[in-house]
Write a new protein. Structure first.
Length: 359
């Protein structure tokens, strides 16, 4: 783990930089790894040579078996002018790793994913101190949901508990922090209850460590109804999580930028913290691939920036260093969204938001 003084210095620098300009997140890790045509042997390495299940496709394990590849991807995004790189830990909980029988490797996967990102970020910061680089510990949604039953015939059934999710995320966060993450990114949230469990676990860890790290929260709207998978509108989603006092809140995945704009605008209206947006490279084609060109994605995000909607931009599925470079160039010189002052009010949420009228 880095020293307290180093962490405090970077946090202050992150806050200062976010006020001065729009920050750029990196793009898709999976897209870059698929380009490399890695084999089962790459995923197994020496450590997991005798694994009882196929590991190909478990990108997170490459932190341990092909760290050279992961470090190279991080550097490609830094070369593309990303300010914040996400660790290769999207599936870094025991819940997700159970599919590969690698629950015991979770701590190492997260620590090494963050350590490699820290090495890359520090190298590029040293090259140009005027452009500091930061590491976001990526914490994906897991493949289970606390709000919905996986069995249509048993609506009351859950295959995961809140406490199990909380403990899994806490374990993941510990590894990311030990590896040197500057902030924790609870991302691609399709179930707000899962995100609450993640935040609970993270803050429980903070209490143990006697120190707090900034957190980013990024939800995903699953269709044009404008709701998360668990049914919440954008404003209700924010009402449910604003108590976590995140560094930023935003949306990613599911949509390309064209379909996401209305929901980013809504979030920009109600959130009194920086807003992030990292859409896919358009919608997938019939083969599940993404065809949107870098200049097209960048043009959308430039318009959002000019309209004062965003503070942090980047890319999700299908985006590449070419997309991130185009995005970074497109928002250069545009002032970040102005953080609104939201009047104090009792704001609640179910599937819809509800604000108690002032007396």
């Amino acid at each position: 783990m880095t020293t307290l003084e180093e962490r405090q210095t970077r946090r202050a620098l992150l806050a200062k930089t976010a006020k001065e300009r729009i920050l750029v997140l990196d793009g898709a890790m999976g897209t870059m790894l698929q380009r490399r045509k890695l084999t089962e042997a790459d995923y197994r390495g020496d450590r997991f040579k005798g694994a009882n299940s196929d590991l190909k496709g478990n990108h997170d394990v490459l932190n341990l078996t092909r760290p050279d590849v992961i470090l190279a991807v991080y550097k490609e995004y830094l070369d593309a002018d990303a300010d914040i790189i996400e660790t290769n830990t999207f599936s870094g909980t025991w819940i997700s790793q159970a599919d590969y029988h690698l629950e015991s490797a979770v701590h190492d996967i997260n620590r090494e994913g963050a350590r490699l990102a820290r090495l890359a970020a520090d190298e590029y910061t040293a090259k140009d101190p005027s452009k500091p680089r930061f590491v976001a510990g990526a914490m994906g949604p897991t493949n289970r949901t606390a709000s919905l039953s996986p069995d249509v015939n048993r609506p009351d059934f859950r295959n995961i508990t809140f406490d199990e999710l909380k403990d899994a995320y806490k374990e993941q966060a510990r590894g990311l922090i030990e590896g040197g993450a500057d902030l924790l990114l609870i991302e691609t949230v399709f179930d707000t209850l899962n995100a609450k469990a993640a935040a609970f676990g993270v803050y429980e860890l903070f209490d143990e460590l006697g120190e707090e790290w900034p957190i980013m929260i990024s939800g995903t709207i699953t269709d044009l109804s404008g709701r998360t998978l668990s049914g919440q509108t954008t404003e209700a989603f924010w009402n449910s999580l604003r108590h976590t006092k995140p560094f930023s809140v935003g949306l990613n995945c599911a949509f390309g930028a064209e379909q996401m704009r209305a929901y980013i605008a809504e979030l920009s209206r109600v959130a009194d913290v920086p807003v992030s947006a990292y859409p896919n490279a358009g919608l997938p084609n019939q083969f599940g691939e993404y065809d949107e060109a870098p200049h097209t994605t960048a043009a959308h995000l430039r318009e959002w920036a000019q309209s004062g909607l965003v503070n942090i931009v980047g890319g999700c599925c299908g985006t590449t260093p070419e997309h991130i470079k185009a995005i970074a160039d497109s928002v250069k010189g545009i002032k970040p969204r102005r953080i609104p002052t939201i009047p104090p009010q009792l704001r609640l949420s179910g599937l819809e938001p509800f604000a108690v009228p002032a007396a």
